[in-house]
Design a protein around this ligand. Sequence first.
Ligand code: ATP
Ligand code: MG
Length: 284
Amino acid sequence: MTSNNGPICISVINLKGGVGKTTIAALLGRYAAVHLGLQVLAVDLDPQANLSQALMGERRYRRFLNDREPSIAEVFAGYQPPRADSSSAGTLNVAEVVQQSYFRWHSNLEVIPSRFDFSDNLISAVRPDPRCLARLIASEFQDKDLIIVDCAPTESIFTQAAYHASRYVLVPVRPEFFATIGFPLLNDSLETFRHNNRGHQIDVIGVVVNNSSYDGGNDGGPEKTRAMREIREEATENEWHIFRNQLGYSRGFPKMMRGDWNYLGNALDDYLDFATEFFIRLGI
Ligand SMILES: Nc1ncnc2c1ncn2[C@@H]1O[C@H](COP(=O)(O)OP(=O)(O)OP(=O)(O)O)[C@@H](O)[C@H]1O
Ligand SMILES: [Mg+2]
């Protein structure tokens, strides 16, 4: 599953919230940069901006807001609004939109950050172009090895933007009641996208089971067993692969997102095992 030229672009999508999309996007981005030495660009398409905060760190992210540095909102708007040092709208400088991750010793991990006004910003625009991100990647980021896109939990024009930019979709799922409620919706939305974009190959690289809420024990009891059966059935029906390595419940995951890499418990092993499996499947 390797690409001969240009980056591999993957979107992390599930139309259900809180399943670990952002956690997984951040960790895979970090693994690719730190462990595999790849040139990585993370793109935050969620106005919650959790990925931006995780990769830039809280202080840097605050500075980015205060200094009115450009974000993904300006990428979609297509211009740089007036700032303290400019008296009119101007051309967007792509280099300014890209922020270095706070893993400073790994300059090969960068992020295009989001901002909480991202959606409002665009709802008021005439009609945001869903091909905007794909075009930007085509013209400015062909030197990257991996581009990982974190999506919001609702279907919108930004989900379409993520599809247009992506070769693969990764689907995190939490093994709980109604775990797969969004699967048919996602499958239909991908089918419609393929139908309308015949020249575009996009595939689900797989489903990753993430125990992002405490399930009461190691095996999770009957509720989790039921959910796992449902996940297997639905994934098989859609011909989606399920990754063998799951992420267990661990407070280590929120800690890693805050940049605290001490005492991570099982989270570190789970992360490394899943990331290894993921990149082998990707052929990197
Ligand atoms: N395996 C895990 N164990 C414990 N906590 C986890 C685990 N995975 C994620 N979390 C925590 O669960 C919460 C939701 O995770 P995350 O933000 O990654 O989900 P999301 O799918 O991106 O959510 P949203 O739909 O709101 O964007 C976060 O607080 C995160 O730190
Ligand atoms: Mg998220």
